[in-house]
Design a protein around this ligand. Structure first.
Ligand code: CAA
Length: 389
């Protein structure tokens, strides 16, 4: 099926042999290493430690990082290709991968000092450790400028205090990028991003969230009480933290858009297959027009989402402005994911409602793509602001 395999076709996306090799490698990994046990990991909310280790070995955790820092040196298009394939099968693994690649590694590589890259990026890119991105707080999700976590200047270090919420890789990460307010008077211009290592005195991993979807990824609150963070762990100049977060999230949204695309495409592929196996009223359910129309519409919307995701990735690779394109891709692909997974459950009927057939999990996983890395409402705000820039 054209729409299920990135044939992206017809259009000249200049896909190289390398892109196709990445797709094949990601697809093999998803089928051989992620599919077995995905239902159990979801049910038990079990962190996929083995699978994450293998993602590191295969180079999926630092895909865009330069080889000199231990990464794959690949482009964003390669990254979204891999994200789509992995998300078709296991969106818990793909969010772990996405946060590490596009929020943590990209942010560090783009804005970090040489010392920070040598010390942290090389380990993050290889998967020796994974990272977390800590912006959200109990009272600051969409309204991210309202940070209450503080990092007061103590001469050679900052004293970090506060709580971060809904942190992906919260327990499993070795390093966290933490946004905190240093100069309250300056509002968002007084925010810094600090690299905080796990195990520091005063750094406590709080409760694990019991989530609707992406249940195998670990989402925690993190608490900081008088944590001493050396000055050299600040990313960029004083007060750069909010710009750092916004700029990093622009690229992160391409990763989540690719995740949403993969969830939608995974559900569609399962529904298409099932429709050709299941019989009702004496024929395959695919032969009923009611089912054909669903599949036709799914294939069409998924292809449209894919074009937006690839457009945003391509703009980023070409060094062009991708803020609006990334927001559009995430807004649209996440809606397609929610809608297509719901339709896939419907195509499966009663079987769709039980875990064994995978689509109910994909439907639960889809919902978060409309929420994290900027809700759909925030994406609309970003898109609208760009319209009149
Ligand atoms: N790119 C670059 N800079 C941006 C930006 C963008 N997309 N959006 C805003 N900025 C800059 C502005 O230019 C401004 O800088 P200056 O003051 O220097 O001009 C600064 O940020 C503040 O912007 P605004 O004045 O527009 O602030 P606002 O409060 O009106 O709006 C917001 C800010 C866009 C709503 C922002 O708070 C936002 O994006 N919120 C959503 C936060 C989010 O995406 N959280 C995700 C959490 S991380 C996560 O989910 C990871 C995970 O675990 C999976």
């Amino acid at each position: 099926m054209a729409s299920s395999t990135l044939e992206l076709t017809g259009l000249n996306f200049n896909l190289t042999e390398e892109h196709l090799a990445v797709q094949e490698a990601a697809r093999d990994f998803a089928q051989n290493d992620l599919l077995p046990g995905v239902i159990e990991r979801d049910s038990e909310a079990k962190f996929p430690a083995e699978q994450v280790k293998k993602m590191g070995e295969l180079g999926f955790l630092g895909m865009m990082v330069a080889p000199e820092y231990g990464g794959g040196g690949m482009d964003t298009v390669s990254y979204v290709i891999a994200m789509e394939e992995i998300s078709k099968v296991d969106a818990s693994c793909s969010v772990i991968m996405s946060v590490n690649n596009s929020l943590v590694c990209w942010g560090l590589e783009t804005y970090g000092s040489e010392e920070q890259k040598q010390k942290y990026l090389t380990r993050l890119a290889s998967g020796e450790i994974i990272g977390a991105f800590c912006l959200s707080e109990p009272e600051a999700g969409s309204d991210a400028t309202s940070q209450t976590t503080t990092a007061f200047d103590q001469g050679d270090h900052y004293l970090l205090n506060g709580t971060k919420n809904w942190i992906t890789n919260g327990n499993s990460s070795g390093v966290c990028l933490v946004m905190a307010q240093t100069d309250v008077e300056k509002k968002h211009k007084g925010i810094n991003c600090l690299i905080v290592e796990k195990g520091q005195p005063g750094f406590v991993v709080g409760k694990k969230e019991d989530k609707m979807g992406i249940r195998a990824s670990d989402t925690h609150s993190l608490m900081f009480t008088d944590v001493k963070v050396p000055k050299e762990n600040r990313i960029g100049p004083e007060g750069f933290g909010f710009k750092f977060a916004m700029s990093t999230l622009n690229g992160g949204r391409i990763g989540i858009a690719a995740q949403a695309l993969g969830i939608a495409a995974g559900a569609y592929e399962l529904a298409l297959k099932y429709s050709q196996e299941r019989k009702s009223f004496g024929r395959r359910i695919f032969d009923h027009q009611a089912i054909q129309f669903k599949l036709a519409e799914m294939a069409t919307r998924i292809e449209a989402a894919r074009l937006l995701v690839y457009k945003a990735a391509r703009l980023k690779d070409e060094g062009k402005d991708y803020v609006q394109a990334a927001a559009m891709a995430k807004l649209y692909a996440s809606d397609v994911a929610m809608w297509a997974t719901t339709e896939a459950v419907q195509v499966h009927g009663g079987y769709g409602y039980v875990k064994e057939f995978h689509v109910e999990r994909l439907m639960r996983d889809a919902k978060i793509t409309q929420i994290y890395e900027g809700t759909s409402e925030i994406q609309k705000l970003v898109i609208a602001r760009e319209l009149v820039k």
